[in-house]
Each structure stands twice: as C-alpha cells, then as structure tokens.
Write a protein that binds this ligand. Structure first.
Ligand SMILES: *Cc1c(COP(=O)(O)O)cnc(C)c1O
Length: 374
C-alpha cells in the first residue's frame, strides 16, 4: 500500500501553513512582463535606502574568504554588539535572521507538552515556531489590534513555557509603553520565559518605550530579540540576535547551528553598527514616509492602524484582494494580510518619498475602479 508521507509528519507540522512572504520583484516582472526596475516593492518592511555603503564594502571583502567556514562564534559582531549595548558577549546569541533565533528559543524551551502564548494579529513566525515543535499555541485575542497584555498574563498555566511579545508588532504596528511592558513582566512567573521581539525598536522615538536590553537586569526570564533586517538594511543577509542572561544564551548557543550566520553577513552587520549616519537616515526617511502615507490615507478617507514601525496597515475594505491585484498590475507590491485574519487591510511598507507618492496615486485609482468592477 502506498505510504501517505504527509501523514508521517509530526502533528503540529501537518497543521501549519507556510509563511507567506512578500512577492519578489523578479517574480512579478516575469508574470506581467514588466521591467524589474519599474517595480516598487513595499511588501516586506525592507529598508528603502538600499544597503549602507560600509556594510556593502565589508560584505564584498568577506566574499574573498568564502572558501572558509565563518567564525561560528561571531566574535567581531558579538564584541561590537556587547560594546554598543553594554552587555557581556556571553549574553548574545546570533541567528540567521532573528527568525532563526525565535525558532531556536522555541526548540530549546518548549516541547509537545508545552503551551506558548502569543497575541492574535502577532508576527506569523510565533505560531509557526510553536507548531513545528508540536507545542500548543495559545492565541490571545487582541485589543485595539495590539497585544492585550493583561489577558496574555492571565493565559499563563502550569504548562506555559514561553510568551512571544512583539513590540512594535508586525503587521499591525501597535506598540506598548515601558510602563505597560513592565507591568506585564511583573505578572509573569520567573519560570516562564518572555521573548520581547524588538525587530522595529530602532524606529521608536520618545522615551516612553521600553528598551528590552535594559530590562534584562530586572527580569532574568526575558529574552530580547533584534534584527539587522529592518532599520539596518540587511534583510538579504539574514542576521539577528537575542540578548538574554548568560545561562539562557548558553542553552541557545548549544542548539543553534554551529555556522548559522555566514561570513559576509557577519562582516556587514559588524560594519553597519559603525554607520550611525545610515541609521539616522533610516529613521528620518521612515518618519517622513510614514507621515506621507498616513496623510495620503487621511485624504482618501481611509482608516489605518497608527504604526510605530516602518509599515502601516491600511483598511481598504472587503475588496482588499482585488485592490492588491490591481496594485500589482501597476507594478506596486504590498502585502495582503488575510492570513493574519485581517482580510480588509493591506500592509504597506514605508518607501522613499517618490515610491510612497506613486503607491498613493495607484491606490486611489485602484479604489475608484475597484468600485465599478463590483
Ligand atoms: C521582520 C521581523 C522579524 C525578523 O526578521 P529577520 O529578517 O528574520 O531578522 C522578527 N520579528 C518581527 C515582528 C518582524 O517583523
């Protein structure tokens, strides 16, 4: 009898659906016969500035040595991060993107008998990492599109091993203040680990927001995750990291792949930390672009979720899927988020002024013609 190989997969894996990435530029170009250079991708929260020159030069230089394995301990990058944040190198775990770190955390601290808590509308990798290890995902209903931190604290049971908190969250852009995060952490038993995912923290302005790295001293059960993919502009190289207590980092470093960050990535990430000017420009372009997009939505009478990230979820109504396709036909890629249970929103990443302007024009057109088509 033929074997149903899918049925051999562990239960959680059978239940999961793959992560839906933003459509790649070359794919759309192939499908529609467009020139890739004319396509605008505002779909994956990438940095519209292009990479830092310093990072690019360092990555190119590292290419000369790609016959050698990378430094499995990531010494230079860890040293640079430790210096920047005033932590010990033994508190750091590097990952192939912070996605890798999130998965390693789940594998190290939870199993099929565990519950992992995350919020409705939170980053899609949390349920993926949970189901992949056969753990039970406990999705807590959101409040005003953001995490309901009180309800998440109340959801803790004897089986809870991990809680994922995205601050700011993707795809909603919602953010909690330091007071709210600390009040939440105060309620969580020390045996439960809290992963504070700060993929967008570099975009936060104002001192009312938490710095997960500074909170580590007070909350030993905290793991703060960050990435080079967003404000630092290195999404294609895949570098992220966790900052935690040395004890937790020791565990994570046992389980991660020994060479999980490649040498051009290590070199570029180390170099970009020296490029404060790039980070400053990332923030400026983002703040201006976010305002431009929101002003545009206001002018069109569209509601959106106020965002603290480099993207914004705009409500276009039940015809969101057709608006998405009509944007594609005009060479603009955004992100449908029906998979997140938000079928009437589209998530658009902040681009350069010209890109935002073009997107807003095409959106206005799509919305007016979408009505006629029915
Ligand atoms: C983009 C993102 C990440 C990480 O991306 P990597 O490229 O894997 O570092 C993590 N968390 C959230 C909420 C994100 O949006």
């Amino acid at each position: 009898m033929a074997v149903d190989y899918q049925s051999l997969a562990v239960k959680g894996v059978q239940a999961l659906s793959p992560y839906q990435p933003g459509k790649p530029i070359d794919e759309l170009a192939r499908e529609l016969g467009l020139d890739p250079a004319e396509i605008i991708k505002l779909a994956s929260n990438e940095n519209p500035l292009g990479p830092s020159e310093k990072a690019l030069a360092a990555a190119k230089k590292a290419l000369e040595s790609i016959c050698l394995y990378p430094d499995g301990n990531g010494f230079d990058l860890k040293q640079a991060l430790a210096k920047r944040f005033g932590v010990g190198m033994d508190q750091l775990t590097l990952g192939n993107g912070s996605n890798d770190v999130l998965e390693v955390i789940a594998r190290c601290f939870a199993d099929a008998n565990s519950e992992i808590i995350y919020s409705q509308y939170a980053f899609a990798v949390y349920p993926l990492a949970t189901l992949a290890i056969g753990a039970k995902g406990v999705e807590v209903p959101a409040k005003d599109w953001g995490h309901d931190l009180d309800a998440m604290a109340e959801a803790v049971t004897d089986r809870t091993k991990l809680i994922f908190v995205a601050n700011p969250n993707n795809p909603t852009g919602t953010v909690h203040t330091a007071d709210a995060i600390e009040a939440f952490l105060d309620r969580i038993p020390e045996r439960v680990l809290v992963v504070l995912d700060e993929a967008y923290c570099e975009y936060l302005t104002g001192d009312e927001y938490p710095d997960g790295i500074k909170l580590l001293e007070r909350y030993p059960n905290l793991i703060t995750c960050r990435t080079f993919s967003k404000a630092w502009g290195l999404a294609g190289l895949r570098v992220g990291y966790a900052v935690s207590s040395p004890a937790i980092a020791d565990i994570l470093n046992r389980v991660r792949q020994p060479f999980n960050v490649d040498s051009p990535a290590l070199a570029a990430a180390t170099a970009v930390l020296e490029d404060e000017d790039y980070l400053r420009r990332s923030r400026e372009v983002n703040a201006a672009g976010l305002k431009q997009l929101c002003d545009g939505f206001d002018n069109m009478g569209l509601s959106y979720i106020p965002s603290a990230g480099n993207f914004v979820a705009v409500e276009v109504g039940p015809q969101a899927q057709s608006v998405y396709h009509s944007l594609l036909e005009h060479g603009v890629i955004v992100r449908p988020i029906a998979g997140y249970g938000m079928p009437e929103h589209l998530r658009v990443s902040v681009g350069l002024a010209k890109e935002n302007e073009h997107f807003l024009d095409v959106l206005a057109e799509a919305l007016s013609s979408g009505g006629e088509e029915g």
